[in-house]
Design a protein around this ligand. Structure first.
Ligand SMILES: [Zn+2]
Length: 265
């Protein structure tokens, strides 16, 4: 069993948080149909360019005490949070898969799901471009054998996952007379079901609905949302899928079990 090497974990965390910094740009600009390359990072209030040395992921936020150096307007703390979570998940994917082909493909999926999560929270949409990128990662991963699932299982997983969401959406529309599960969620289901296969699609769906029910219960209890508020479902689908892949499916979960048995016995 490999013992996680601290320098490598640290390097992966720093690289991951830098990618998180890029994801912040994607999350902000893609729904607005802006270029993700130009212009460089700048303050939203005074439009001043952010210095390279101030743009260090996570640390930059704390060095500037969360404020712009020129106009002292606050930066949203979520930027640092996205960088932190991207860094942590990069390390998690490494610890589960090691440095191999699966690491690459599941890392891409994780980054895509981080972007989808926050775009859906902000705008209640899942852009088609993200779905297409997800389907491309899936197709390439299956073709190269980097995702350990049969084509047939991936295909039927896609249809089970998306079909279930579509059906629930129809029923919701009929009963609640408003959109409960959007078509963006259904399209995302095609991607997630392909990564999971049929059996684990059902598990991930179950987890997603359970997580969303718990969160809605907490948020309503805390009066954080109104009764008729629109709730993004993409984040729960993302969380349900990643938790399933990382802890329970044989593609990810076995690594944890192996680690447990080789270190404990
Ligand atoms: Zn400023």
């Amino acid at each position: 069993m490999m013992v996680p090497e601290l320098p490598l974990v640290l390097i992966l965390f720093i690289l991951g948080s830098a990618i998180g910094s890029f994801l912040n740009v994607v999350i902000y600009r893609v729904p607005k149909k802006m270029s993700i390359v130009r212009p460089g990072s700048h303050c939203f209030s005074c439009k001043k360019k952010i210095r390279f040395s101030d743009n260090i992921p996570i640390l930059g936020y704390f060095l500037l005490k969360g404020k712009c150096r020129s106009c002292a307007d606050p930066f949203p703390s979520r930027y640092a949070f996205v960088e932190l979570i991207t860094g942590i998940l990069t390390v998690v994917v490494y610890l589960i898969f090691g440095l191999n082909e699966s690491f690459i493909v599941y890392l891409f999926l994780t980054y895509l799901l981080i972007a989808i999560t926050f775009v859906d929270i902000d705008h209640l949409i899942i852009p088609n471009g993200f779905v297409l990128i997800g389907l491309s990662i899936l197709a390439v991963g299956l073709f190269l054998g980097w995702i350990p699932i049969e084509w047939g299982d991936a295909l039927s997983g896609s249809f089970v996952f998306a079909g279930f969401l579509f059906t629930i959406g129809l029923i919701g529309q009929f009963i609640l007379k408003k959109e409960s599960i959007g078509f963006g969620d259904v399209k995302l289901g095609l991607v997630l079901g392909g990564f999971l296969g049929t059996e684990y699609s059902i598990l991930a769906l179950y987890l997603s609905f359970a997580l969303s029910a718990i969160m809605i219960f907490i948020m309503m209890g805390g009066k954080l949302i109104q009764k008729d508020a629109k709730i993004p479902f993409g984040p729960y689908l993302a969380a349900g899928t990643l938790i399933s892949i990382f802890t329970i499916t044989p593609y990810g979960g076995n690594y944890i079990l192996n680690w447990y048995y080789t270190t404990m016995f």
